[in-house]
Design a protein around this ligand. Structure first.
Ligand code: 6PG
Length: 258
């Protein structure tokens, strides 16, 4: 897969609150620009605590400032549980974000965990994406990703056969260490064709995974997040001080990264 990998764009903030304010502002800006230019903004979302804070901040600060009617929402991954399960990414995003902004209902596309089996669900979601996005790969305007302490991102876990997928857009995975073990996930080529990727990483338990991911030659099997390398798009690491791990000097709201 063609990639570019210069110095990573890492933006470190003193705490999760400052971080979520900055990410929300950046997301609002991306939406405003895209909707002004092409009437549409497609984003793929993740679960996790850090995205949750960002979504809440988007609602608090930008509910009336963003052209939500042009936003189309998809998911980067989903836990294979009913929509009302407390572990559902869809439920989290709906409660934190979608219930509070005016995105048209038919522009919100949760991964279908109501299919009889996860493989059928993965095919169904891939078909939905193929109908939405012409071309060999979908190009999301933004993919929001988290980082697991084990180096996983979306539901691409260390050692998973899904990491080698080069044709499918969506696959079902089984990861015994995860709760729940059965999940749906976008594949690496899909993520890597996004126009912009935001990783949001908070907490000291992420420091080691972050170091491994940002290494010059990451172990892509054991640290799947390191395999997220946009083909043409931008990749920004939004990180709090606790996850970054190294004390930094303050500069312009963000902390400067050496
Ligand atoms: C999940 C998510 C996962 C998440 C990371 C980070 O099911 O847990 O798919 O990829 O984004 O684990 O989560 P936190 O932001 O909560 O640390």
């Amino acid at each position: 897969m063609p990639t570019h990998r210069g110095a990573p764009d890492v933006r470190v903030y003193p705490d999760p609150d400052a971080l979520s304010r900055a990410v929300a502002q950046a997301i609002a800006g991306l939406i405003q620009t895209a909707v002004a230019e092409k009437d549409r903004f497609c984003m793929a979302l993740s679960g996790g605590r850090a995205p949750f804070r960002t979504f809440r901040r988007l609602v608090e600060a930008f509910r009336d400032a963003v052209p939500w009617s042009g936003v189309h929402v998809f998911w980067a991954d989903e836990r294979y549980v009913p929509f009302d399960d407390s572990r559902s990414h869809y439920r989290m995003v709906r409660e934190a974000f979608l219930d509070h902004v005016s995105i048209p209902f038919d522009q919100v596309h949760p991964m279908p965990t109501t299919e009889p089996d996860p493989e059928t669900a993965a095919r169904a979601y891939e078909n939905l994406l193929r109908a939405y996005f012409p071309g060999p790969w979908p190009v999301f305007d933004l993919a929001i990703l988290g980082l697991g302490a084990d180096g996983h991102t979306a539901s691409l876990f260390p050692g998973s056969p899904a990491l080698a997928e080069r044709e499918r857009w969506v696959v079902a995975v089984r990861e015994p260490t995860a709760d729940p073990p059965v999940r749906l996930t976008l594949t690496l080529p899909v993520l890597n064709h996004a126009a912009c990727i935001y990783f949001i990483v908070t907490g000291p338990e992420k420091t080691l995974a972050l170091r491994r991911t940002l290494a010059d030659a990451p172990d892509l099997v054991n640290c799947p997040a390191g395999a997220v390398r946009p083909v043409r798009g931008d990749l920004i690491w939004w990180v709090d001080q606790a996850a970054w791990g190294i004390p930094l000097s303050r500069a312009d709201g963000a902390l400067s990264v050496p």
